[in-house]
Design a protein around this ligand. Structure first.
Ligand SMILES: C=C(O[C@@H]1C=C(C(=O)O)C=C[C@H]1O)C(=O)O
Length: 200
């Protein structure tokens, strides 16, 4: 499938504190893990890769605005799919404020299919703010994207709602936002004894 045709998926939802939900333990561990998702996925598969359906500069929409990234701020929107052994595990949408892409951080605009997380978590200045959680039902743009993707990629059909997380990172004192949604069949939805039990 021509992944560019998926872009932009967008993610308009209400984000909540995780305590609002009674979550399966394994899912909760994946949603609230403060470390790099890239690194964790890599440790669970042989072949990890990122696909980049697209990125473009937009004005931050009111529905995505947060105190550190206000409405109408110019942001580079980056949407990616993270694959483990050719199976899409995660959809991610990041907002990189243009005002944050200064100095060495200009490189974040040209990552291509390199992981944003690899750059973020290699910087000792990185601060991650609270991780919020959201549930995505059949009416969501991300579930609609999954249904399109399932026609070609080996994606498990969407049986249940999908779960995602969002947090603000501050890198060298400059904010950026990362939102990730676990796709059907992701390790995050496997029952604990089948996924990473050894790492528990
Ligand atoms: C923030 C991370 O980076 C990952 C890679 C992303 C990208 O390359 O755009 C986006 C979100 C994350 O899933 C991470 O690895 O934790």
């Amino acid at each position: 499938m021509n992944l560019q045709s998926l872009f932009p998926v967008t993610l308009s939802t209400q984000w909540h504190d995780a305590d609002k939900f009674s979550l399966d333990e394994n899912l909760k561990r994946w949603l609230l893990d403060p470390k790099s998702l890239t690194a964790r996925l890599k440790s669970n598969c042989e072949q990890f890769r990122i696909e980049l359906p697209g990125q473009r500069i937009e004005s931050c929409q009111e529905s995505e605005a947060v105190p550190l990234i206000p409405q109408d701020a110019d942001v580079l929107v980056r949407e990616v799919l993270l694959y483990c052994d050719d199976k899409p595990q995660v959809f991610a949408r990041s907002l990189l404020p243009i005002a944050s892409l200064t100095g060495k951080e200009q490189a974040l605009a040209n990552l291509g299919t390199q992981s944003l997380g690899q750059v973020l978590f290699n910087n000792p200045s990185l601060k991650r703010q609270v991780i919020e959680v959201a549930e995505f039902d059949a009416t969501s743009t991300v579930v609609k994207m999954v249904k399109k993707l399932a026609c070609t990629d080996n994606l498990t059909p969407v049986a249940e709602n999908l779960w995602g997380r969002r947090s603000i990172f501050v890198l060298e004192g400059k904010p950026l936002m990362v939102a990730e949604v676990f796709l059907p069949g992701a390790f995050a939805y496997q029952i604990a004894e089948n996924s990473e039990a050894k790492h528990a």
